[in-house]
Write a protein that binds this ligand. Structure first.
Ligand SMILES: Cc1cc2nc3c(=O)[nH]c(=O)nc-3n(C[C@H](O)[C@H](O)[C@H](O)COP(=O)(O)O)c2cc1C
Length: 341
């Protein structure tokens, strides 16, 4: 059966955004932001790992390169009972690849295999890998290492083969390469072209593996199309650009259907949620800041954004802002429901 997931996104998929997503989609799996293994070991664990039970099913994404350290982080996280542990092998950021984490690891499939085996020893939960279709260039130890070009389909197939032999059975593949020098992470999500065919080929070559596709998926129609070729689809930016679309994605998941909920009802549920933050203006703002796209391409979109954007007047809290939105926004947009397919 197919799976839909909401991608790990730093500064976006915090617990507030995940709560919001769960109002919209009941059946997809949500991801945390990427958390480094050393943050889990040395940082404020409760702050990093706590979540609301309503968010489940929920996957924890870990970034790192030291297998002992990653294994320790996985062991620590076991107490939180995430539904899946995911290793980040896709992030092109200097901050990450400069430390030999993220996408640069694609050049070292054997090392990733060892990491994954160490992770699997510490958890009963599925361990999955999120990666690119390839990489170009390396910025680790630039003086001593030649440029790594690992961007052919055959390289990708080799990577998947080595990891599957190490016991990974679920891969999430962002269908573009990461260029490790000269492009920002943002450019790396836009400039390298999408090569969906290579992800489809991986599924053909390894039919027994669960292959999930990611990158540039913006519509229900395109999800439907991808699912003819692969087992799952991971949605990234569209989840905050046009979150209302998430009300339609459960139809692809076993036992799921379109979530028949209106924007008014979504806002009412957010009003209950922000009660948790009472008269803390800052927390209230954080709880809502990634919901800005709820009125994407609809009348009222600008008003919604304006209402949510601080500074809020003294004595105005998140719940008041939402109440005002219900009073001000156009009725027909508030009461619109997803299209049932
Ligand atoms: C703001 C932002 C932060 C991201 N942070 C992460 C991350 O922490 N871990 C990760 O694996 N990918 C991260 N990504 C990449 C997404 O998970 C996804 O692979 C990428 O955006 C492509 O999917 P899309 O075209 O549907 O957005 C991030 C993307 C964005 C836009």
């Amino acid at each position: 059966m197919s799976r839909i997931s909401i991608a790990p996104m730093v500064d976006i998929t915090d617990r507030h955004f995940r709560y919001f997503c769960r109002i919209l989609t009941k059946k997809s799996i949500l991801y945390t932001e990427m958390i480094t293994s050393s943050a889990i070991i040395h940082g404020d664990r409760n702050k990093l790992l706590d979540f609301h039970p309503f968010e489940k099913p929920l996957a924890l994404q870990i970034a790192g390169c030291d297998k002992e350290e990653i294994a320790e982080a996985v062991k620590i996280a076991e107490d939180w009972d995430y539904d899946e542990i995911n290793l980040n092998v896709g992030c092109p950021s200097d901050r990450v690849s400069g430390n030999q984490m993220g996408a640069v690891l694609m050049a070292y499939p054997e090392l990733v295999a060892e990491i994954v085996q160490a992770m699997k020893r510490e958890t009963r939960k599925p361990v999955t890998v999120k990666h690119r279709i390839g990489i170009d260039g390396t910025n680790i130890l630039p003086d001593s290492l030649p440029r790594v070009v690992f961007d052919k389909y055959e390289d990708l197939e080799h990577f998947v083969k080595v990891l599957s032999e190490a016991g990974v059975s679920h891969f999430i593949i962002h269908a573009r390469i990461a260029i490790l020098e000269g492009l920002s992470p943002k450019e790396n999500r836009e400039i390298p072209p999408l090569r969906y065919e290579e992800v489809y080929r991986i599924k053909e070559r390894f039919p027994e593996l669960f292959i999930e596709i990611n990158g540039g998926i913006k519509t229900i129609e395109s999800i439907r199309e991808h699912l003819k070729h692969v087992d799952g689809a991971m949605l990234g930016r569209i989840a905050y650009e046009n979150p209302f679309m998430l009300t339609e994605v459960d139809q692809f998941v076993e036992g799921g259907e379109v979530n028949n909920i209106s924007r008014r009802e979504i806002i009412e549920k957010l009003m209950d949620y922000v009660e948790l933050f009472g008269k803390d203006q800052k927390m209230g703002y954080h709880a809502l800041k990634n919901t800005l796209g709820l009125f994407h391409n609809k009348r009222g979109s600008r008003i919604w954004r304006q209402l949510l954007t601080p500074p809020w007047e003294d004595g105005i809290y998140a719940k008041d802002v939402l109440k005002k939105a219900l009073e001000t926004l156009p009725e027909e947009v508030l009461d619109e429901r997803p299209i049932a397919y």
